[in-house]
Design a protein around this ligand. Structure first.
Ligand SMILES: [Zn+2]
Length: 328
């Protein structure tokens, strides 16, 4: 895996940029390389395969992560401090596995540094993502939103799923970025205003997590210990879930391969995996969401099975055409 931070863009900007090339456009905002594959791997693989534009924005390089493979221990922040660029290479490999070509770092690679766990001294570094002025970091996302013009945004909940400062900050940046992108008088040089139709927060229904752990205990595994429901980010009562995407075998295989690509962070064993704490947990083949902004595309009491449900495929296009007409 080559440690080269090389965000690629599949959609040329400039020229006819005000008319998006893809009719369905999904934006996901994550804190560190690996979060996207663990949380949204099936979703990203599904929409990429269906020909939607899938844009990933990762806020930090994950410089403060713990390194699992002993032979790579020298990458750690208290040694070579080269984990960030190495993880950018892992992320590129993961995106290849998911079929996603548009992945970027917020601002630019290394613009915001991993803040470490809550309470760590790294929280205080001036370049830590946790210290970034909200509207400054949000403006970096506004530029992406106005270029890509997504109909759907996927972000963390206000707790960041599990309280990591970078996840909390990623939530704030995503929500503030969506708000500012829609305001025509905010930084007009970043592009024409764009309102995102639907915003989802990642979540996992408690029953699915409990069933996953039951499966893990029954199957046997090679991990020295097993995590608990409380170790899984974003667990919510089943009743709060509004969308469920059940991965098919190809999508689950892509997700598993993407997680394996994050070799310094994740150890995968069949349908289970462990982070650096070596505690086994289920690898979910279904991914769940809570719609927090926008109109549900499914009847009350039923789950959406498509994040674009109810989004008029032309809705985003009409706005773009209108902007283009104004420009002419
Ligand atoms: Zn993370």
């Amino acid at each position: 895996m080559s440690p080269q931070p090389a965000p690629s863009r599949s959609v040329p900007s400039g020229g006819s940029a005000s008319r998006p090339a893809f009719s369905r456009r999904l934006l996901l905002v994550h804190a560190h390389p690996d979060d996207e594959s663990i949380v949204n791997g099936v979703t990203m693989a599904k929409y990429a395969a269906e020909g939607a534009q899938v844009t990933l924005v990762t806020c930090t390089l994950g410089e403060e992560g713990e390194v699992i493979p002993p032979e790579l221990a020298h990458l750690a922040p208290d040694r070579d401090d080269t984990l960030g660029p190495y993880r950018a290479g892992e992320l590129a490999a993961a995106m290849e596995a998911l079929g996603v070509t548009d992945h970027r770092f917020l601002g630019e690679p290394g613009r915001y540094r991993d803040s470490g766990m809550m309470g760590a001294v790294q929280n205080e570094r001036p370049d830590a993502f946790w210290q970034a002025p909200l509207d400054e970091a949000a403006a970096d996302l506004v530029a992406v939103i106005r270029e890509v013009r997504p109909q759907v945004l996927v972000a963390y909940d206000p707790h960041g799923g599990y309280g990591h400062p970078d996840h909390i900050q990623a939530h704030r940046v995503a929500m503030r970025g969506a708000e500012l992108a829609a305001q025509a008088d905010f930084r007009p040089e970043l592009g024409g205003a764009h309102a995102i139709g639907k915003i989802y927060w990642n979540c996992t229904p408690r029953s699915v997590v409990e069933e996953g752990f039951a499966r893990l205990h029954a199957a046997g595994h090679r991990f020295p210990g097993v995590a608990t429901v409380d170790d899984v980010p974003g667990v919510v009562p089943d009743s709060e879930v509004t969308a469920a995407l059940h991965g098919d075998p190809a999508q689950i295989a892509a997700k598993t391969a993407a997680m394996r690509a994050h070799y310094t962070q994740i150890a995968v064993d069949g349908p289970f995996f462990a982070l650096s704490n070596d505690l086994g947990q289920p690898l979910f083949g279904s991914e769940h969401y809570r719609l927090v902004q926008g109109v549900p595309g499914a009847a009350v009491g039923t789950h959406e099975d498509d994040l674009f449900a109810g989004v008029g495929e032309m809705a985003g296009m009409e706005e773009s055409v209108r902007i283009e007409e104004v420009a002419e």
